[in-house]
Write a protein that binds this ligand. Structure first.
Ligand code: ARG
Ligand code: ASP
Length: 659
């Protein structure tokens, strides 16, 4: 944790880090943390200029770039480069959060202060947002205070044929050649404070920004990742891992395969549909592929068996300690009780909640239940969110499959009785779904009266699901192990582990709060006898280039530059020839949410942007294996090359600190 970095700074310095602990994190003076932000809801970004210019991944900016695109202005396909500040495009709804400070408030809470009070106090200040997050399953609590900036504008993005090069084919794979970056700028009011979008806003002046190293990386170099990793489960028992590998992953993978097949087919037939469903497809496919690698990786590592052995050793130690002797049994029982409910929620999310118009109906009903009047404005909010970029034929095909899968996979007693009866009376799921889509006005008519809404068959279905939705909310936790009836045992288990396993370096699981990871630039042995080196280059892009294959069809400009070897200051020598570095590997422990994170060298300079892990690393949220797990970053020199040679936007270098 950044505020505890003192505990690790010696080790970091031994590995080549030159800065001090309070250069990494301080709440008194400017530190590296002030250059790092949470970008949107689930990514990381970093400032690279004193005027609010930031870098994140292309896949993190993807939904924003899509939102600004149309068939005439297809910035996803063609890229976008503002030629001056006035051409920077405001992205409605996009925010970035800057961490002001973090504080261990465990003692304050123990002394009787309420979390609500602490949060209310901390969120005074313009644009402030505060939250208290549990660490070690609630053994500790930390307060995080953020400033949220709402005027964020797109500055530049490469064409998808660079930013998403390799697409879902290469996703989670090394060797990798993706130029996965995009650029935005944060705007503030005249006092440098958060403000709603206004043409009068001025570029935000960050307390700290990252200089850019143009020297490059070599094997063994120190690297550090600063960002917002989302989810690790380092300490879970064998039961939790078995749930993932035997029950959860197989179900989720199968259902997403079905949805992806439907979407891909529709996309292949129509350009507008390809754009409209691009972000949805990428989102569904990303976790779908990761879970497959994760299951393989856990199998390979024998994680379940290893955990079981560890637990046996623990049990032996705990046997004569009354407070811990029955702990593992209690945990086991708690899992058995929690699994059906947790599974039901996951299944619901992968099936029912994969149907857009039904989601809209569920949302309308939940708003109504909360006492919100379903005015035209309210309906419009929901329509925009659930039915923006929508194709009814795709949704209906998905509904047929997903409702079918839901009733097939859930215990019959959990299926709403009205749904069972309706399917029977129609003579099957398919005709029932046809009836549903023929009957609903949610897609075709706006605004609807209150009576029309609640007579609508889609909303009726949502109402039938209301009891299940309510049950699901009891299981709405990041992981099975965070369900309160399970988690309460983990509080004791964590205490016990720290008493017993004294050698282990403990750190709280990732939970979308700011963290530091460090490691070195390094390749890995992929399979016996096959070493994967740490750096890829433009030559690898050219080897993959193929105009016939969507994921590998590079822009003609890049072909021309390659033919002329017109690399300017960005070229390197490899094997006696000049080329451009593209991506590199390092041994940092990262997770989802670390996308867009700065990769920083020993001198505190930016050397890359993190965006992925290798196939052999996909289990690292559950077991991180330092021998094999590698994070993938786009080399900052490739980023600069693309801005310069492809984007023609080298004017942006003037505000950067290129070293
Ligand atoms: N696998 C990376 C992450 O989890 C990148 C995902 C975006 N790329 C893609 N081809 N879908 O977010
Ligand atoms: N690609 C991930 C992200 O979007 C990072 C990872 O899972 O390694 O955060």
């Amino acid at each position: 944790m950044p505020s505890l970095i003192k505990e690790r700074i010696k080790d970091m310095r031994r590995m080549g880090f030159k800065l001090k602990a309070d250069d990494v994190y301080s709440d008194k003076k400017a530190s590296l943390k002030d250059a790092v932000m949470q970008f949107g809801g689930g990514c990381t970004g970093e400032f690279i200029s004193p005027e609010g210019l930031l870098l994140t991944n292309h896949h993190c900016g993807y939904a924003s770039i899509q939102k600004l695109s149309s068939v005439e202005h297809d910035y996803l396909t063609d890229g976008y480069w503002a030629k001056s500040r006035s051409e920077e495009l405001h992205v409605p709804g996009l925010t970035i959060s800057l961490l002001e400070r973090m504080e261990d408030v465990t003692d304050r809470i123990a002394a009787g202060e309420s979390k609500e009070e602490i949060i209310a106090q901390a969120s005074k200040g313009k644009g402030c947002r505060a939250s208290i997050e549990p660490m070690y399953y609630g053994n500790q609590h930390y307060l995080f205070v953020y400033r949220v900036y709402k005027d964020v504008r797109l500055v530049g993005a490469p064409p998808s044929s660079i930013g998403k090069f390799g697409g879902d084919t290469d996703n989670w794979i090394w060797p990798r050649h993706t130029g996965d970056f995009s650029m935005f700028r944060v705007y503030a009011d005249a006092n440098n404070e958060p403000a709603d979008y206004s043409a009068d806003n001025v570029p935000y002046r960050p307390k700290r920004y990252l200089p850019i190293s143009t020297k490059g990386v070599k094997e063994g170099d120190f690297t550090m990742i600063y960002g917002f990793p989302g989810n690790t489960q380092e300490y879970v028992t064998a039961d939790a891992v078995e749930y993932v590998t035997n029950i959860s992953n197989p179900m989720k993978i199968a259902l997403r395969t079905t949805r992806l097949d439907i979407i891909s087919e529709a996309q292949s037939k129509d350009v507008a549909t390809r754009i409209a469903y691009a972000a949805k497809h990428a989102n569904i496919a990303n976790a779908w592929k990761k879970w497959q690698g994760e299951s393989l990786g856990l199998e390979r590592l024998g994680t379940v068996a290893k955990k079981a052995t560890y637990e046996q050793e623990f049990a032996t130690w705990a046997a004569d300690k009354p407070q811990y002797a029955t702990l593992l049994d209690s945990m086991h029982t708690a899992y058995e009780k929690a699994i059906p409910g947790y599974f039901a929620r996951e299944l619901f999310n992968e099936t029912i909640a994969g149907i857009d118009v039904l989601n809209f109906a569920l949302w309308l009903n939940s708003q109504h239940e909360k006492g919100v009047k379903l005015t035209a404005d309210v309906q419009n909010v929901g329509r925009k969110y659930y039915l923006g970029d929508y194709r009814v034929e795709i949704d209906k095909a998905i509904a047929k499959q997903m409702i079918g899968e839901y009733v097939a996979r859930i215990p019959a007693t959990e299926i709403p009785a009205q749904l069972t009866a309706a399917i029977d009376s129609y003579g099957g799921v398919e005709p029932f779904v046809d009836g549903l889509y023929n009957g609903t006005q949610l897609i075709t008519k706006y605004p609807l009266t209150h009576d029309e809404i609640f007579a609508d068959p889609m909303v009726q279905l949502a109402v039938w699901f209301a009891p299940q939705v309510a049950k699901n909310s009891n299981y709405a936790y990041r992981n099975l192990s965070n369900v309160p009836s399970v988690e309460k045992w983990y509080r004791e288990y964590m205490q016990a582990l720290r008493e017993w396993d004294k050698e282990r370096a403990f750190y709280p699981d990732a939970n979308f709060t700011l963290r530091v990871a460090y490691g070195t630039v390094t390749g890995y042995e992929n399979v016996d006898g096959e070493y994967h080196t740490h750096l890829t280059t433009l030559d690898g892009i050219m080897a993959k280039d193929n105009p016939e294959i969507y994921d590998y069809n590079i822009p003609q400009t890049l072909r021309d530059i390659y033919a002329r070897k017109d690399y300017g200051r960005w070229s390197i020598e490899k094997g006696g020839k000049s080329t451009i570095p593209v991506c590199f590997l390092a041994s940092n422990h990262t997770s989802g949410g670390n996308s867009g994170s700065p990769v920083i060298n020993g001198k505190g300079e930016l050397i890359g942007i993190n965006f992925d892990r290798t196939w052999r690393s996909t289990m690292s949220d559950i077991e991180f294996d330092p021998d094999i797990c590698r994070n993938i970053s786009v080399d900052i020199r490739y980023v600069m090359f693309v801005i310069d040679r492809i984007g023609g936007a080298s004017y942006l270098f003037e505000e950067m600190d290129l070293r």
